[in-house]
Design a protein around this ligand. Structure first.
Ligand code: SF4
Length: 199
């Protein structure tokens, strides 16, 4: 079971394979792992104790940043994520980033953004599309088109609690659509990033 894995000088955490989206470009649907052939499929989700044990083994102080990522949406386990983030901050003082689809408030049924305060240094939110219709076409969300609204609302709320909020798209959409997405992020006062699709 791969919980911690390394990409470049960052330590990644694989908490869950579950997600509220089924994006067309998701690495879960491509062959092989994303980290040097690592298999990130989990037979079962690791417990918080198992996650902490693996983190100790890797030693976050050796890395520039610790990233809650996937295969999957890390905030599907939001409370566990917060417990693990507290452990990392207290024990190692590492920078922490979450890569997310921005559905945490809907998943948890409450506004969780204040709980990120003091723990999460960067949150990278997948914007993915220029409007709710295009989002649904690309992401096939459990909340249908409302997934787009949830994500935007989450991003806006994060600004009060997370020092570095980023919205991103994968370059599978047209240049025009990327520019439309850039404008959405900029209008929200949020940093924008277009990233390459992982093959
Ligand atoms: S939000 Fe991320 S993990 Fe979920 S389906 Fe899309 S790309 Fe995959």
């Amino acid at each position: 079971m791969t919980i911690c894995y390394v990409l470049g000088d960052e330590l990644y955490l694989n908490l869950t394979n579950r997600c509220t989206n089924r994006c067309e470009f998701c690495v879960r649907d491509t062959d092989g792992g994303i980290a040097d052939g690592l298999d990130l499929w989990l037979d079962r989700e690791p417990t918080v104790s198992e996650i902490k044990e693996d983190i100790r083994r890797f030693d976050p102080s050796r890395y520039r940043e610790v990233v809650f990522c996937g295969y999957g949406e890390p905030t599907m386990r939001f409370d566990d994520l917060i417990e693990v983030a507290k452990f990392i901050k207290e024990q190692y003082g590492s920078k922490i980033r979450i890569n997310t689809n921005g559905h945490a408030n809907r998943i948890m049924g409450r506004d969780v953004t204040s709980e990120l305060s003091g723990l999460v240094d960067t949150i990278s939110i997948s914007l993915n599309a220029k409007n709710r219709e295009e989002y649904e076409k690309l992401c096939h969300c459990d909340y249908a088109e409302e997934g787009f609204d949830e994500m935007l609302d989450f991003a806006e709320k994060c600004k009060a609690y997370v020092p570095n909020v980023v919205m991103s798209v994968v370059d599978v959409i047209s240049k025009e659509d990327i520019e439309a997405c850039r404008k959405i992020a900029e209008d929200l006062g949020i940093t924008f990033r277009a990233r390459e699709m992982i093959q």
